[in-house]
Design a protein around this ligand. Structure first.
Ligand SMILES: [Zn+2]
Length: 424
């Protein structure tokens, strides 16, 4: 497939953060040329703002099926009375439907790559491949039976999963020990062993709530990050979701380890976790900061434009300083920062990079007049402004329509899945 994007405003996100007017030519899965281009192509797109595809670094894809099921509850009550009972009923077919919904929502809101953590990860990986989206698929390790299998099978199945997906073009297997409160030191060490053996990334929840910090402190005599470190999991391959309740010392430790922080401001605010991921301090320490939505049950959207806006807003408001986190820095957290960490040849628009690209129709009331593109992307964008999405050189969304999936069918299946999960 070849795609030509003409007469557009290209937000390159290259090292100089250049914004250029011009054309982009894409062939196979790469950006071949940027400039003034006259060439025939299978698809021609015109007059857009063009940005690198956004990267959602923390989500639980199939939880789209639980969106709006149990809102406005404290976290522990939400988990124990609403989420866990219904999760126990999940079967592979529900996972497939919830995952498709998640991909549709993410692509419509400009996301081309996600970092997931859930059960039935092989089903999720298969759906990613079919849909054509880039997915870091986290196989969960946890100390209880999952809806999919007995806990004692998890490590060996995790290895099988890694072997199956290790060299895939779109899916990258990730080892995902759930957290220090749901994983014993033995499970954490097993996760480390597997990640090392196959050179995999590690995805773990860390210090999301104050309750969690004290729970782990009471059980093991140390805070979650220390527990992660002492079990060999604080490495340059580790992705730490949340970090809402970390100390200044822990900020330094994370930066020193070159681990990656995943900030999920919308989910944190909705679940009222209270902690503010210390973004200014993490930036000061040169830590790698990225963004995620978390699952749709605690957000309730998978919209990275919204997450970028909340990221900027929460810290400005909290610190009484409107300049503390700037729009450009936030955009970096959703593009170049995660791509750099993941060693993914994307996250910016340059010749030779993978063609993971989002086109925005800026002839819209919320984007007119166009004073500052970066400001609009972070503070004014809506998912409905996204017109075309290209992943790995393939056009997935064209003129707001999916080319790869029967949208109506997915909605029908999702309603059926809801009925199924709510029935006894
Ligand atoms: Zn999470």
């Amino acid at each position: 497939m070849s795609i030509l994007i003409k007469d557009s405003i290209i937000v390159t996100q290259n090292v100089s953060n250049e914004i250029i007017r011009g054309d982009i030519y894409i062939e196979d899965n790469k950006i071949v040329e940027i400039g003034k281009i006259n060439i025939e192509a299978d698809f021609v797109i015109r007059n857009r703002i063009v940005i690198p595809g956004l990267i959602n670094m923390h989500t639980h894809l199939p939880m789209t099926l639980l969106r709006g099921y149990g809102d406005d509850l404290p976290l522990e009550e939400w988990l124990t009375t609403r989420i866990w009972p219904i999760e126990a009923k999940l079967k592979a077919e529900h996972i497939a439907i919830g995952t498709k919904l998640a991909f549709m929502e993410m692509v419509r809101s400009g996301t081309t790559c996600c970092n997931d953590m859930y059960f039935f990860e092989d089903v999720i990986a298969n759906e990613a491949k079919k849909f054509g989206i880039r997915c870091y698929a986290g196989f969960s390790l946890i100390d209880f039976d999952t809806p999919e299998m007995k806990r004692e099978c998890l490590p060996s199945e995790c290895e099988n999963f890694i072997k199956k997906w290790k060299n895939d073009e779109l899916v990258e297997p990730v080892v995902a020990p759930h957290s220090t409160y749901a994983c014993s030191p033995e499970t954490l060490q097993k996760a480390k062993e597997i990640a090392e053996k196959y050179n995999c990334f590690i995805h773990i929840h860390c210090s999301e709530t104050r309750y969690e910090v004290y729970d782990v402190l009471n059980k093991y005599g140390k805070r979650p990050l220390q527990q992660i470190k002492d079990n060999g999991l604080l490495t340059e391959k580790t992705m730490l979701a949340h970090c809402g309740w970390i100390t200044k010392e822990e900020v330094k430790e994370i930066a020193l380890a070159n681990a990656c922080v995943i900030h999920n401001p919308v989910s944190n605010m909705k679940l009222a976790t209270g902690g503010y991921t210390p973004l200014p301090e993490l930036m000061e320490a040169n830590a790698i900061i990225t963004l995620g939505t978390d699952g749709a049950a605690s957000n309730n959207k998978l919209d990275m434009f919204e997450t970028m806006k909340f990221t900027a807003l929460i810290h400005k408001h909290h610190r009484w300083d409107a300049s503390i986190v700037k729009a450009q820095e936030v955009l970096d957290m959703a593009t170049v920062n995660p791509a750099g960490f993941l060693e993914l040849n994307a996250g910016c628009i340059e010749e030779g990079k993978l063609a993971d690209i989002v086109c925005i129709d800026y002839k819209a009331p919320n984007l007119t007049p166009l004073h500052n593109v970066i400001s609009h992307l972070v503070y004014a964008m809506d998912a409905h402004n996204v017109s075309d999405v290209i992943i790995n050189g393939k056009l997935i969304l064209h003129e707001r329509k999916f080319l790869n999936i029967d949208e109506e069918k997915v909605y029908e299946e999702a309603e059926k899945a809801k009925e199924d999960l709510l029935s006894e």
